[in-house]
Each structure stands twice: as structure tokens, then as C-alpha cells.
Design a protein around this ligand. Structure first.
Ligand code: GLN
Length: 447
């Protein structure tokens, strides 16, 4: 631990640094501040924590990156945050994000763009881009994000930090604003794998306030199941064939495979026949769930209210058309389209069947390997200028490596695997359910 930094100095340090990247939407170093700004080890006492602004923390706003909720105060605190605070953590601010978690850039919000700390002309990734940039800038050692289809891992890869998306249900979602409830988890971003592991250990476990949460099935802090089970120990699956990666990401994938071989792992070639169906299935299910989850923003119970309306219908219409962004509206429309009566077989149910196939295929793969090594994203942080970067369709297609874990409900850890052309690259280690400790262990060896 480093010397405690005086509260006011830390706050002005955060405010000052934040002007460079726009990582934070709100900074609020607590009164009880007596805290080191350095590494935390596994001790969580007095360590600074940043929280994505779709996770409720009493005393802060809960904007979800949307004009709709810009003035909403969080009415309670999320279980994950509550557990960290109980362990001694101090929330120092709320981080920027794509509106309601929909996006891959943290530019898709009316509340201000977060830029990549490595290169300000590039995006930080998203949707937890504020959390990733704050960690990469060393403003906080750890930040919480949420991952519905890659939103912790992709910005972690773009900013060169670790990003853990836990097993579905391993961490309570109480206090996480819903986007696509069956896919999403609260996740951890950190500069050091030890900190990510320590924070994950503190937040995981059953919570009576989230019916989908599960008790951690292993002995506390022990290595998880797969190692040694069924002769899978030491084998890591790697994807075969042309994955459509940029030359830089391809080079890094090969180098990471080599690094694992050097550590004594056996590489097993794996072909995922379901990979091509991941994005269509994800965007069908995610938009369907989003259309239902976002129906609550009706101008009456939450957030933005139009100045004037003749009747309740006009009130809702105006509230939603004024305060939701275009991408959010598009996804609500897509969601209602795929759920339309008479068409469910064609879209939603088909996507659910694909989802089952993905899970079954991965279950088979994990009979033979303890983890899968995959790229996080086909390319590095793209340029902010849409003309030179990626359009929103290209961004969606590029989600194929990350959405797999969400559809299957399985854990995945983005690991910073070095720089190519001066920019970070991240690879993800995906494993069977509740294998987080194992994934962190492999990452630790790679570090
Ligand atoms: N790129 C994904 C999307 O736009 C990220 C979603 C997420 O994980 N919140 O849906």
C-alpha cells in the first residue's frame, strides 16, 4: 500500500485526470476517506472503487448513460457494492457507459464520450468504457461494470486491463439496471489480476434479493472444478480457421498461444460450429428482453417527464421519444418485432434453440479442455471518427467472440496480452460454470 492520499487531493486528482478521458459521470470521494490509491492486494480495506452508472449506489445518481434517467437518484445500493463496502471499499464515483449498456464504444450516450487513455482519438470500448478507462488511467485499482454481451471484456481489452464476466448467477444482479436480464452479470475490471480475484470473491454468492443468484459451489477461495477433472487439466482449447481478425490481433493470438505452451499447457484445436449464430441469437434475445425491461421508462414512475401532455398516452410517447437515444429506440423496436404474436417461432424461439445448442457445444468442449482461449474482439480500439472507425452494424457483428459466454451463461476473463502497434490487445479465457478461480489462475501465470 502507498501512503494515504488526502481526500481533497485525491478528489482533485480524479477530477483533473478525468478531464482527459471522461471516465466518470460523477465523482464523490466519501467523507470517511482515509485511503491508499495504490494496489490493494487481497485486502479490500479502504480501497477506492469506481462503479458503472447502471449499478445503484445510494448517494449517487443512476443515469445508465441516458437522458431518461439523468436526474434519478439511486434509491438503494446494489448487493455487489454493499458487499464491497462492507469489506472496506470506498466508492469514489460512477463511470460512463453506452446508454443502457447498448453499444461498444462509450460514445453512444448523450452524457459525454469516454476516450481511450492510450490514444484519445480512439474509443475506450463499451459499454463499461468509463470503468475500463478509469482503471487504465490508474485512477482506481478496480471498477465494477456489467456484461450483457461483452461490455466488461471488450473495453478491458481496448484499455489494456483485466475484465471478468462471471458465471450467470454467481454475482447478484440486485441493483443492476436491467437491459437483458437472462444474459447479464455484474463484472470486475482491474489493473492487477489479484485485485480482480479479491473483488470477485467479495461480491459472489447467493442473494435473497436476486432469485437467479446462486451460492458459490466450491470451497471458499479454492481452485474451481475443472482442473484435474476428466483428464482436462493442462489443456486449453484454441479456435481453428480464419477468424477474421486484424493482423495485430491475429499476431497477438498466436503469441498468447505460444506463451501458454511455454507455461506447459497443451493446446487443443477446437471448432465452434455455433460461432456464426452467436450474434443473430444474441441480438434477438437481447433486444426482446430490452423491449420488456425498458417499458418501465414511461415518464410516470421514472426519469424524464415532458413539460406538457394532453393525456397519459401522449405523456408516455413524448417521454420516450424525447429522452431515449436512437440506438435504444432501435433495439426496443427490434425487440417488439421479434416478439410479435405469430412470429415468435421464426425469431425468438429459434434464437433460444441456438442458445441451447451453444451451451451444449461448449459443455462438450469442456469435457476435454479446462478453458478456451479466444480473442475478445476482432480488432483493437477503433477510431472515434465514425468515418474511419466502425459503424454500429460492424460493431454488432464483431461481438461474436464475447456474446458466446453470455448466451451460455459461462464465465470469461479478458486478459491484457500486450501491445501491438502501441495499443493494447486482450484475449479471453472462457471456462465452464463457476471456473472463475481457475481462469484467474491461468491469467496469473500469463502475467
Ligand atoms: N456490444 C454489446 C451490445 O451493444 C454490449 C452489451 C453489453 O454487454 N452491455 O449489446
Amino acid at each position: 500500500k502507498t501512503e494515504a492520499l488526502p481526500r481533497e487531493r485525491y478528489r482533485s486528482f480524479l477530477e483533473d485526470q478525468d478531464q482527459r478521458t471522461g471516465s466518470f459521470l460523477e465523482i464523490g470521494v466519501p467523507e470517511v476517506w482515509d485511503c491508499a490509491s495504490g494496489a490493494t492486494g487481497s485486502d479490500l480495506t479502504d480501497f477506492p472503487l469506481a462503479v458503472k452508472d447502471n449499478i445503484a449506489v445510494e448517494g449517487y445518481h443512476l443515469t445508465c448513460g441516458s437522458s431518461m434517467l439523468q436526474s434519478l437518484n439511486a434509491p438503494y445500493t446494489a448487493t455487489a457494492v454493499e458487499r464491497l463496502v462492507r469489506a472496506g471499499a470506498l466508492v469514489v464515483g460512477k463511470t460512463n457507459m453506452d446508454e443502457f449498456g447498448m453499444g461498444s464504444s462509450t460514445a453512444n450516450t448523450p452524457l459525454g464520450t469516454t476516450v481511450n487513455p492510450w490514444d484519445h482519438s480512439r474509443v475506450a470500448g463499451g459499454s463499461s468504457g468509463g470503468s475500463a478507462a478509469a482503471v487504465a488511467q490508474q485512477l482506481v485499482p478496480v471498477a465494477l461494470g456489467s456484461d450483457t454481451g461483452g461490455s466488461v471484456r471488450q473495453p478491458a481489452a481496448f484499455c489494456g486491463v483485466y475484465g471478468l464476466k462471471p458465471t450467470y448467477g454467481a454475482v447478484s444482479r440486485f441493483g443492476l439496471t436491467a437491459y437483458a436480464s437472462s444474459l447479464e452479470t455484474i463484472g470486475v475490471l482491474g489493473a492487477r489480476i489479484e485485485d480482480v480475484t479479491a473483488v470477485f470473491r467479495a461480491i459472489r454468492g447467493e442473494d435473497p434479493r436476486d432469485q437467479t443468484s446462486r451460492a458459490w459451489p466450491h470451497q471458499e477461495n479454492s481452485k474451481a472444478g475443472p482442473t484435474g477433472a476428466g483428464g482436462s487439466s493442462g489443456a486449453i482449447g484454441v479456435l481453428q480457421g480464419d477468424l477474421g481478425l486484424s493482423p495485430e490481433v491475429e499476431r497477438n493470438y498466436q503469441a498468447t498461444k505460444q506463451a501458454l505452451t511455454d507455461l506447459g499447457y497443451r493446446l487443443e484445436p477446437v471448432r465452434l460450429s455455433t460461432l456464426d449464430y452467436v450474434v443473430p441469437a444474441y441480438y434477438t434475445i437481447a433486444t426482446a428482453e430490452a423491449s420488456a425491461n425498458l417499458a418501465r421508462y414511461n415518464g410516470i414512475r421514472y426519469g424524464h417527464q415532458p413539460a406538457f401532455a394532453e393525456n397519459p398516452e401522449e405523456l408516455m410517447r413524448k417521454a420516450r421519444s424525447q429522452a431515449l437515444g436512437d440506438e435504444v429506440k432501435l433495439r426496443i423496436l427490434l425487440g417488439t418485432f421479434v416478439l410479435r404474436s405469430g412470429f415468435q417461432d421464426q425469431f425468438y424461439l429459434r434464437a433460444q434453440k441456438i442458445r441451447t445448442l451453444i451451451r451444449q457445444e461448449l459443455d462438450r468442449v469442456y469435457q476435454g479442455v479446462q478453458a478456451l482461449l479466444m480473442p475478445v474482439f476482432p480488432r483493437q480500439a477503433f477510431l472515434r471518427d465514425p468515418a474511419d472507425g466502425m459503424d454500429s452494424f460492424q460493431q454488432k457483428v464483431a461481438d461474436r467472440f464475447t456474446c458466446t459466454a453470455n448466451l451460455a451463461g459461462l464465465p470469461s476473463l479478458a486478459v491484457p496480452t500486450g501491445l501491438e502497434e502501441g495499443l493494447p490487445v486482450g484475449m479471453q479465457l472462457m471456462g465452464p460454470a463457476f471456473s472463475e478461480e481457475d481462469l484467474c489462475g491461468v491469467a496469473q501465470e500469463l502475467s
